[in-house]
Design a protein around this ligand. Structure first.
Ligand code: PGA
Ligand code: ZN
Length: 426
């Protein structure tokens, strides 16, 4: 039974305040919840409650969320069984009483929800993946790893947010890491040679200084080649366009190219990139309100390429259901803090899988030293994990945790790599 729910402010990978929750049980066992934070957030996400008091941490402190945890949420949950995760999550949703968790804050609710899961796993004495997956999770995910960062994560020096690689030829989890390691470092060298490297973006990818939006494709292909791999065979390109950030309601604006595209022109541009480069996956190719383009793209490209809705769905079951009905995509990006409870996140993953779409478990650009999502990916047999780049410990902790989970699973561990795409690609 839950004895105490405490909360305090910690700091994320950008050095911004975030929530940490400590749940203590009557048996003395504890569980912790560390809440991540996005920068290119979707308009349909659950609300991250910040104090907005300019005098405190530039408006970013989370003391109101902490107060909600220590008062209302604590008195709601003290005495509850730690194993009643879904009941606990539903009680918090009801206590909040808003559709987007804006009264108590999704960061408050999620921190508690994660801490309760961990305290449950600790009480059973099993790893989190085994607890969350009720011993049915054993699939080590294929990694989607950022090489070049941009957009909102690199002060808008270029327009496209993520240039990532997926090691489609890898036969093991270790091999995905080896391939990515080699490409990441090759890309750094290539960029330095061109004098294009400004630094490291928010998720650890190289921060570029390009003249056009196509330049990073060429640099990435050169890096893959220099690292000794064949693009399209050993490794494929994956993009997160984060297109809602480019769309003004009428046009898509790409300042780096000094271009403004109508939705129809932008559709053609995205499609031409998909035909020209070995792209296996594309996330948010269109804005979350540009539904016609999503429909058309899924109809034309949906059996050739993974089409992921991030800002489009925001891990929200109602939005995913609508997307399935409207045939808008074939995959869903899954972020715990977009929806705000562990229970709803797992329901979103299950719904995605039931209809033959793929869930991609994802970190945020503002991350913590916690590896909850690595466990979530294995627990649900999601098959794919996106964590940002292959540098910085808030990223590496997630990749490394899967090495540990795989060891712990021993012979039970499975890796199917890019065979996961057989579900959606023909
Ligand atoms: P965010 O970006 O965490 O800043 O929202 C990640 C993404 O768009 O996938
Ligand atoms: Zn995204």
């Amino acid at each position: 039974k839950i004895k105490q729910v405490d909360a305090y402010q910690i700091f994320d990978s950008r050095g911004n305040p975030t929530v940490e929750v400590e749940v203590t049980l009557e048996n003395g066992i504890t569980g912790y919840g560390l809440v991540p934070s996005g920068a290119s957030t979707g308009q349909f996400e659950a609300l991250e409650l910040r104090d907005n008091d300019k005098a405190k941490f530039r408006g970013k402190s989370v003391f109101n969320a902490l107060t909600h945890i220590k008062t209302e949420i604590a008195s709601l949950l003290i005495g509850e069984s730690v194993f009643d995760q879904s009941q606990i999550d539903r009680k918090m949703i009801a206590l909040d009483g808003t559709p987007n968790k804006s009264r108590l804050g999704a960061n408050a609710i999620l921190g508690v929800s994660m801490a309760v899961s961990k305290a449950g796993a600790n009480t059973k004495g099993v790893p989190l993946y085994a607890y969350l997956g009720e011993d049915k999770g054993n699939l080590i995910p294929l990694n989607e790893i950022q090489i070049l960062g941009g957009g909102a994560h690199a002060d808008w020096v270029n327009d496209i947010q993520d240039f990532l690689v997926i090691a489609i030829g890898a036969k093991s989890y270790e091999e995905t890491l080896e391939i990515t390691h080699n490409i990441y470092h090759a890309a750094g060298k290539v960029m330095k040679a061109y004098g294009k490297c400004v630094g490291i973006a928010d998720e650890g990818g190289w921060w570029p200084d390009y003249k056009t939006n196509e330049e990073p494709f060429e640099i990435l292909l050169e890096a893959i080649n220099k690292a000794g791999y064949v693009a399209g065979k050993d490794v494929a390109i994956s993009l997160d366009i984060a297109a809602s950030d480019l769309y003004d309601g009428n046009n898509y604006n790409l300042p780096l190219d000094k271009m403004s595209y109508t939705p129809n022109e932008f559709y053609k541009l995205i499609k031409s990139w998909c035909e020209k480069y070995p792209i296996i996956s594309i996330e948010d190719p269109f804005a979350d309100t540009d539904i016609n383009n999503w429909k058309r793209f899924e109809a034309e490209m949906g059996t050739k390429i993974q089409i992921i809705g991030d800002d489009l769905f925001t891990t929200n079951i109602k939005r995913i259901e609508w997307g399935i009905e409207q045939k808008l995509a074939n995959s869903v990006l899954i972020k715990l803090n977009q929806i705000g409870t562990v229970t709803e996140t797992i329901e979103a993953i299950r719904l995605t899988q039931e209809v033959g779409w793929l869930p991609v478990i994802s970190a945020r650009s503002g991350e913590t030293e916690d590896a909850f999502i690595s466990h979530l990916a294995v627990a649900t047999n999601a098959g794919q994990l996106k964590v940002g780049s292959f540098a910085r410990s808030e990223r590496m902790v997630k990749w490394n945790e899967n090495i540990r989970i795989q060891r712990h699973l021993g012979k039970q561990a499975k890796f199917i790599g890019s065979d996961i795409y057989k579900t959606i690609l023909k």
